[in-house]
Design a protein around this ligand. Structure first.
Ligand code: C2E
Ligand code: CA
Ligand code: CA
Length: 557
């Protein structure tokens, strides 16, 4: 037995805890790791099924990694590193693991870190659920699952088969579950899945993805034909959709990606698909959105570019850099701080602005890695900026994909410690898309950040429909008015009303106002009649790299 290196007392405790966990985690494999000794105990059934060295293992994390599918390894490794370095308090992930027979089974692995009374990591405990091979078929709809989709997508690449991929989902499905219950909700989903499969017939395979979304892959239909079918499905779902005596009306959303380029990663395809879908849902009222480059209208190049950028994120974020744009005090026109704005550069594509990759990469499991890089870089540059401007505030944009991840608050606090950047000089900008998060979670997060001295700004204020609601719920320091609402402020009465309304509203909630997109002196002077405390825009400076920023001379606030 490998456990003889531990002292008897810890060994007894490991066994006791293990017995307790095994009762709770019925049906799953259990593992328990004593993090001080790095000795783990694993369920006997797991040892046999996966052919592990024994019930007690030293360095089990590395041994287990050997069993994980090569394509899932990186994510697993990152997650384990984050746990053992104290960055994350646990994980909840899915991966494929190799059995003693050499097949891969899909597993869900949930683990938590248990701290000792001094707050130091003591145990890492978890349960692994083995979904086996069955999980390739969804029990509700009988369709192939997400895993089946990825498996088939990989073979699309392998066979270099041109394909059109459509993701469909319904808005407000959770309402149906609330009103009719899950059983009925599942029936609707099953029937809808059949309808989709009937419509495509032998031309497409339908998959049930996460939640209520479905994906269709076709090699025989072109995008226009798929668009026609989508339209018909949309009409059917909105009209006479009849399930067990009830008329149900679903409003569909649809995103489409054309795969005709096989040098790219399947995960890139999925991110682009999810992005097109989210555009359909959030901006196009369900109209089908085809993923392509907004400027060149070219889908092949757009995916390729996203794929290259995505690969750069996984390779230590090479090619990314930050630019800084000054934020000025409206009353004294001295420097209040700056906003960090990310860019990506390569020889082939030149400098790519964030609007071309952030919204797509936000749909990608990889995004938080870029988010962390941005925060660390902004704080590192910020330490230098503070020498010249001791009271400046560094604004950094956040994405919901970052905030959603467990352990995000600790990550920010740890980065402050690591870089030596003071919390009081940091302002986190929450963008419009962050509002997709659960409000309770968001509120909690904002409160903890502010308790730690970090400021919070609401970015792009006025673009969402629930601006008032969000101000009522969230305690923020600053509201930033989007450029869209002020571009014509000198002439447009509507813009003037917006600025007046938002600044009065912010004032009522004791928040400051920052106006973006100030391009001229006239505009700046005009804005002074409102309750606006800071200004940002090309009039003062475009966003520039850090050395250029330091070379400019501003009056310190
Ligand atoms: P944003 O946060 O609203 O950033 C302001 C955008 O307005 C920047 O565009 C800036 O260059 C531009 N801008 C500033 N002043 C003027 C002006 O006077 N006139 C005009 N026409 N434009 C002005 P940029 O850098 O292209 O960023 C676009 C968006 O990308 C940002 O909008 C933000 O939503 C997102 N983004 C940028 N950097 C990051 C980042 O590090 N993380 C995340 N999550 N999102 C980012
Ligand atoms: Ca911003
Ligand atoms: Ca903004």
């Amino acid at each position: 037995m490998r456990g003889d290196k531990m002292d008897q007392e810890r060994k007894r405790k490991l066994d006791e805890l293990f017995a307790a966990f095994s009762v709770v985690a019925e049906g799953s494999y259990v593992y328990l790791c004593d993090m001080t000794a790095d000795i783990s105990r694993w369920s006997k059934s797991a040892v046999n099924f996966f052919d592990l060295p024994g019930e007690y293992m030293e360095n089990a994390g590395t041994i287990w990694e050997e069993h994980i599918h090569p394509e899932d390894k990186e994510e697993y490794r990152q997650s384990i590193d984050a746990i053992f370095s104290g960055k994350n308090g646990g994980h909840d992930m899915q991966y494929r693991a190799r059995t003693s027979g050499g097949d891969y089974v899909m597993c869900t692995c949930k683990g938590v870190v248990i701290l000792d009374p001094d707050g130091k990591p003591d145990y890492f405990a978890g349960a692994i659920k083995n979904h086996g091979l069955k999980s390739y078929i969804d029990s509700v709809t009988g369709l192939r699952t997400l895993y089946g989709f990825f498996e088939d997508l990989r073979s699309v690449f392998w066979r270099k088969e041109e394909s059109v991929i459509l993701q469909i989902g319904a808005t407000g499905f959770s309402n149906i579950n609330d009103v009719y219950g899950y059983t009925f909700g599942n029936k609707i989903l099953a029937q809808f899945g059949r309808k989709v499969q009937d419509k495509f017939g032998d031309d497409g395979v339908v998959y049930r993805m996460d939640g209520t979304k479905m994906v269709v892959v076709t090699h025989t239909l072109n995008p226009n034909q798929v668009a026609v079918i989508y339209k018909e499905l949309q009409e059917k779902a909105a009209g006479n959709f009849y399930v067990e005596g009830e008329f149900i009306s679903l409003s569909l959303n649809g995103g489409l990606v054309i795969v005709n380029n096989f040098d790219i990663n399947d995960k890139t395809v999925y991110s682009c698909l999810k992005y097109a879908y989210s555009e359909s849902k959030n901006r196009k009222m369900g109209d089908l959105v085809v993923f392509h480059d907004m400027i060149t209208n070219d889908s092949r190049q757009a995916i390729e570019k996203i794929n290259v950028i995505r690969n750069n994120v996984s390779e230590d974020c090479s090619g990314f850099f930050l630019c800084y744009q000054p934020i000025m005090s409206a009353s004294s026109e001295s420097l209040k701080g700056m906003e960090a704005l990310v860019r990506w550069h390569s020889d082939t594509y030149g400098t790519v602005p964030p609007n071309q990759f952030i919204p797509v990469l936000e749909q990608d499991a990889l995004f938080p890695k870029l988010g962390t890089w941005i925060l660390r870089q902004a704080m590192t540059d910020g330490v230098k900026f503070l020498e010249k401007y001791p009271d400046m505030i560094m604004n950094v944009n956040l994405s919901y994909a970052q905030m959603e991840k467990d352990g995000f608050i600790d990550e920010v606090l740890n980065l402050l410690k690591e870089t030596g950047f003071p919390a009081e000089n940091l302002c986190l900008e929450i963008t419009e898309r962050c509002r997709l998060l659960d409000m309770e979670l968001l509120k909690n997060m904002v409160t903890i950040f502010r308790d730690n001295g970090i400021k919070i700004a609401l970015d792009d204020f006025g673009t969402g429909y629930s601006s008032l609601g969000i101000l009522r719920e969230l305690p923020v320091d600053t509201v930033k008015i989007d450029r869209e609402y002020v571009k014509n402020v000198e002439k447009s009465e509507a813009d003037q009303n917006t600025v007046r309304y938002i600044s009065d509203l912010a004032d009522a909630f004791s928040a400051e106002v920052c106006v973006e997109g100030v391009e001229t002196e006239n505009m700046k002077d005009f804005l002074k009649q409102y309750k606006v405390s800071s200004l940002q825009g090309y009039y003062y400076s475009k966003p520039v790299p850090s050395d250029e920023f330091l070379a400019m001379e501003f009056v310190a606030d």
